[in-house]
Ligand binder design. Structure first.
Ligand SMILES: NC(=O)c1ccc[n+]([C@@H]2O[C@H](COP(=O)([O-])OP(=O)(O)OC[C@H]3O[C@@H](n4cnc5c(N)ncnc54)[C@H](O)[C@@H]3O)[C@@H](O)[C@H]2O)c1
Length: 257
């Protein structure tokens, strides 16, 4: 129960990794505010994972500053403070490099990169006003540092996100706020369905994953909880990669059936 009475805000909390984070923090005593652009799924998730006393759903488009500010304001109004902010909402269009449209590029950068920047600013302002410091965690990706042209706007957004993490870490350290990133490998959620529905696509991933399997959302939530906890009290500005060994692999490995 490392987070008893702590207030944790999670964007993209309606499903996938964001939902797994919400459930993890709830299980350790936190109050959780989940923001998501999908209002109906958000409401359903809030009902499934907690009660009105522990979970507040706030419909939020993280690409809109007014929405992000309103999300943080709702957390402060309902639960009195913000201790942990997780900028997790993300989108990942897939196409051949030359076929990406301007609209896809703008939308991906707006959600993944601007959303993290706005979320970091808004949460930090509330944390500074509260005078108790805090932790901000940005959900990056191994694609922040790998060159995969079929997700180019996504990879560009996550590369930029790592700079949100490091620049904010320096800016906010004097306020007792740590800023960290988590860069998952391929995790079994909806976001990868468009990318890897074909067997060949999945084999390409597994051949590059020494542990020979996808990750589960709960395995990412565990890393997020560690980084948000006092056990990580001297870590800031770093992005940690739970990826089954994928980033460090030079060659490929046999794919198990
Ligand atoms: N699944 C993976 O393999 C993987 C790997 C690396 C990084 N990530 C990152 O993890 C994060 C969560 O992804 P996931 O795998 O759980 O995917 P997901 O598609 O299951 O969940 C993403 C959530 O973000 C929400 N969202 C999308 N646009 C939004 C917006 N404008 N405002 C608010 N919410 C919005 C969606 O409604 C959805 O609930 C993303 O940032 C993603 O880039 C995922």
């Amino acid at each position: 129960m490392r987070f008893t009475d702590k207030v944790v805000v999670i964007t993209g909390g309606a499903q996938g990794i964001g939902r797994a984070c919400a459930e993890r923090f709830l299980s350790e005593g936190a109050k959780v505010v989940i923001g998501d652009v999908d209002a109906s799924k958000l409401a359903r998730t809030a009902e499934e994972i907690g009660t009105a006393a522990t979970v507040l759903p706030v419909t939020t488009d993280v690409a809109r500053k007014a929405d992000v500010d309103a999300l943080i304001a709702a957390a402060v109004e309902q639960f009195g403070r913000v201790d942990v902010m997780i900028n997790n909402a993300g989108v990942c269009p897939v196409a051949d490099f030359l076929d990406f449209t301007e609209e896809q590029y703008d939308q991906t950068l707006a959600v993944n990169l601007k959303g993290a920047f706005l979320g970091t600013q808004a949460a930090a302002r509330a944390m500074i006003a509260g005078g108790r410091g805090g932790v901000i965690i940005n959900m990056s990706s191994i694609n922040s540092g790998l060159a995969n042209p079929s997700v180019a706007p996504y990879a560009i957004s996550k590369g930029g996100m790592n700079q949100v993490t490091s620049t904010a870490a320096v800016a906010l350290a004097p306020h007792g706020i740590r800023v960290c990133g988590v860069g998952p490998g391929t995790i079994a959620t909806d976001i990868i369905k468009g990318a890897f529905t074909e067997r060949a696509g999945m084999e390409a991933i597994l051949a590059r994953t020494p542990m020979g399997r996808l990750g589960e959302p709960e395995e990412i939530a565990g890393v997020v909880a560690f980084l948000a906890s006092p056990d990580a009290s001297y870590i800031t500005g770093e992005t940690i990669y739970p990826d089954g060994g994928r980033r460090i692999l030079n060659y490929t490995v046999p794919v198990r059936e």
